[in-house]
Write a protein that binds this ligand. Structure first.
Ligand code: NAD
Ligand code: MN
Length: 348
């Protein structure tokens, strides 16, 4: 029987509730489809920081490297400097492990009310560049002088960084509906994002069978709400992808529905699977967090490991659950975190 080595990093806040609940679903799928997990828990995050002064120990990445995948919740706690979760954990893992694709699907769940005027179904993927762009913390300056203060953040886009995520997006489109929409704001960020446009257009010529169009981020945001059915693969930068995927969560019905994979396509380092949202301190500890985004991230992890049959079965079981009206509080229901995962397991 195949046994996968999974590093489990629940993190903070609702991460500690939804990760164990979603893990139960993955374990049940393993039993049904003939594979198992060798799991190790790591307590990294803002809670760890409060005790040790850092989000994870020095040898953490070396340790995580030995796993087939990392299953992650979210990090961040009120009272802890909120520039640290990304700098000291998420962006660090994503860059060190060359997880340059952030794969964030957006689709309709049966039985879930969407806050949109149109009932038309949609099903697309946001491919967010995950290792450079607006998130590099290089060359930044901050002069907090009261009279002549100034803040500068630098964005870096490299040919290598753009090309590799673009190839991923075009190849992904070939397995779907053959369309890539790339989203920038090159009319105002005229150096960095014009370069992005130019490199994407070069890559696009290698995929003449894939329809390619371009949208500015402001128009793309409006289109997510007004006509989400036009999208298939949305290729965008780190910051814009971060924002657009929360909007993607919102048009599905809740942030709690969105799953994601931080993917290293070459598989030379482990990939990391986590929901699109954060640690939601406002609802933590109440057992009401929606575990579906975390479960969906687990589905992506199983796909990455090659367990497609189990992955599809879990998705079908989630659909059956929402369709039958078993819904968490954020979707207007009253089921707890565990009640949702138990319902998914019984529908499996
Ligand atoms: P958030 O995503 O944690 O929460 C935004 C809103 O969505 C809140 O009202 C929350 O209750 C709700 N929500 C989120 N997930 C939900 C779920 N599963 N079920 C039901 N409701 C859910 O974003 P925020 O409030 O901006 O950030 C909170 C903390 O999380 C901050 O410390 C932030 O830095 C951190 N954060 C971490 C990550 C990460 O670890 N990848 C990502 C984003 C934010
Ligand atoms: Mn985000």
């Amino acid at each position: 029987m195949t046994k996968y080595k999974i590093a489990v990093v629940p993190g903070d806040g609702i991460g500690k509730e939804i990760v164990p609940a979603a893990m139960e679903v993955l374990l049940a799928a393993g039993e049904k489809f003939g594979f198992s997990f060798d799991m190790e828990n790591f307590d990294y995050g803002a809670g760890y920081y409060l005790e040790h002064g850092k989000f994870m120990p020095e040898d953490a990445l070396e340790k995580l490297k030995a796993f087939d995948a990392v299953y992650f919740g979210a990090v961040g706690l009120p009272g802890v400097d909120d520039t640290l979760p990304a700098k000291d954990y998420t962006f660090k893992v994503r860059t060190q492990f060359q997880q340059y694709v952030n794969y964030r699907p957006v689709r309709v769940y049966p039985g879930v009310t969407r806050p949109l005027r149109s009932e038309k179904p949609f099903d697309f993927v946001v491919v967010r560049e995950n290792t450079e762009g607006e998130f590099v913390q290089v060359g930044n300056q901050y002069l907090p002088d009261e009279e002549n203060g100034m803040g500068v953040d630098t964005s870096i886009f490299t040919r290598k960084g753009i090309e590799r995520v673009a190839h991923y997006a075009f190849q992904l489109a070939r397995t779907r509906r053959n369309k890539v929409t790339h989203v920038t704001k090159s009319n105002t960020l005229i150096n960095s994002l014009s370069y992005w446009d130019r490199v994407i257009k070069e890559v696009a010529t290698q995929y003449p069978d894939v329809t390619h169009d371009q949208m500015y981020i402001d128009n793309a945001s409006a289109s997510f709400v007004l006509k989400p059915e036009v999208f298939d693969v949305v290729l965008t930068t780190n910051l814009f992808g971060d924002i657009l995927s929360d909007l993607g969560g919102a048009i599905m019905g809740s942030l709690g529905l969105g799953g994601a994979g931080n993917i290293n396509p070459e598989k030379d380092f482990p990939s990391m699977f986590e929901p699109i949202h954060g640690s939601a301190p406002d609802i933590a500890g109440k057992n009401i967090a929606n575990p579906i985004g975390q479960i969906w991230s687990g589905v992506m992890m199983l796909e990455h490991l090659g367990e497609n049959e189990a992955a599809n079965a879990i998705l079908a079981a989630v659909d059956k659950t929402t369709e039958s009206g078993v819904l968490p509080v954020d979707l207007g229901g009253s089921s707890s975190t565990q009640e949702i995962s138990k319902a998914v397991i019984s529908n499996l």
